[in-house]
Design a protein around this ligand. Sequence first.
Ligand code: HXC
Length: 257
Amino acid sequence: EAYETITVERKGRAALLTLNRPQALNALNLQVMEDVVAAVEALDRDPGCGCIVITGSAKAFAAGADIKEMHPQGYLDMYLSDWFTAWDRLGQARTPTVAAVSGYALGGGCELAMLCDILIAADTAVFGQPEIKLGVIPGIGGSQRLTRAIGKAKAMDLCLTGRTMDAAEAERAGLVSRVVPADELLGEALAVAGTVAAMSLPTAMMAKEAVGRAFETTLAEGVRFERRLFHAVFATADQKEGMSAFIDKRPPDFHHR
Ligand code: HXC
């Protein structure tokens, strides 16, 4: 399928979605939102896809929402079009997602990365929520997801001063799970995606759902939710396969069912 602002390639059971608006450092305009959401939803419906990597260019994962597109809008324009709300559908994908971030991940770019499940950064990555410098605030969940990811101290610092943080600080703060040399970023992200995609897809979906629930509920409810899913995985053939493979001392061959 052809998209205007992104490319999508299949890599075995993984998929690679690359933002492709180099003239604007991958600024996220409405077309990019539409393309990314449509592509992710199509991959999410495909049981042949077990993990989706989202990446940008070496210089910019995405330098934010498109400032030129937003500049003329008024309150009613934003409210009636429900600006940015479609991005929520990315977070609702059940297939695991990996953000592979090189260069600028600012504003909406940082928020897009945080909408993904695993965040891998190149040592060149720069994260921030600099919206305040434009007289606005984060609008794709940044104030919430950044705070949950790195805590109040750094989230307030970043959102109020607009300063950026480098990959090392982002890793220390817990925003990203791994930092790799820039030229190894895509290889590492695709290897991670390949690993995830080789797991039982329904089990990976349930693992994702269970971890995600931690951000939405109390500990007691979350543990109850996990317990229900844990019991449910025993309905899959892949549970028998995974445990048989361990007992037989061989690698598992999951059939995603
Ligand atoms: C639209 C953008 C853009 C953006 C860059 N460009 N970021 N266009 N929206 N967010 C465009 C520039 O206008 C320029 O176009 C081209 O991309 C190259 O950018 P330069 O600025 O020339 O590159 P450089 O000097 O290397 O600086 C890179 C940069 C800078 C530091 C990342 O571009 C920058 O500060 N960008 C804005 C970052 C930001 O504030 N993001 C948050 C946006 S608000 P031309 O045509 O001049 O070549 C947001 C949240 C919205 O994301 C929520 C509130 C509603």
